[in-house]
Design a protein around this ligand. Structure first.
Ligand code: HEM
Length: 134
């Protein structure tokens, strides 16, 4: 689930997107998260460290250097999300924030954006740990 994406052509997704565009994507993503009524309540008010961790994770996830592993250890993403109520609705909101951030990052080619979005949607369903309340 968190293994780098294997590709047949064009290098890894990390090589194709590049560190600058990825950093821009993560920044934009968290501005959307902070403004989302479903998501903002479960995130810390200061998203600086959260964004740093996400950038480190996605770098490795996309086939770049395993920065999250090196800095924070095994991601164990589902376990790390258990303290937070991740409902199906919040997973949808998370993916909507990612779609909006990808659309606002034109440095990322549409085919690469689609590939990343699809890979993240597979991870997001596994983060759900709580039913929708209402
Ligand atoms: C499905 C909806 C999701 C929700 C609602 C959600 C929510 C959260 C929350 C509340 C945190 C804690 C933030 C903090 O205290 O700094 C967090 C951390 C994190 N999330 Fe998610 N997340 C979701 C999906 C994902 C996905 C799909 C990924 C990876 C592709 C991901 C990667 C991470 C990482 C790397 C962290 C930092 C873990 C740590 O504290 O070490 N999340 N997430």
């Amino acid at each position: 689930m968190t293994a780098p994406i294997a590709l047949t052509t064009g290098g890894t997704l990390y090589e194709r997107i590049g560190p600058e565009a990825l950093a821009a994507l993560v920044q934009t993503f968290y501005t959307h998260v902070a403004a989302d009524p479903e998501l903002a309540p479960i995130f810390p008010p200061d998203l600086t460290v959260t964004a740093e961790k996400q950038l480190a994770f996605l770098t490795g996830f996309m086939g770049g250097p395993p920065l999250f592993h090196q800095r924070y250890g095994n991601p164990m993403l589902r376990a790390r999300h258990l303290p937070h109520e991740v409902t199906p609705r919040r997973a949808q909101a998370w993916m909507a924030c990612m779609a909006a951030a990808l659309a606002a990052t034109p440095q990322i080619a549409p085919a690469d954006a689609q590939e990343l979005y699809t890979a993240l949607s597979r991870v997001a369903v596994h983060m759900v740990n709580t039913p929708d309340h209402r």
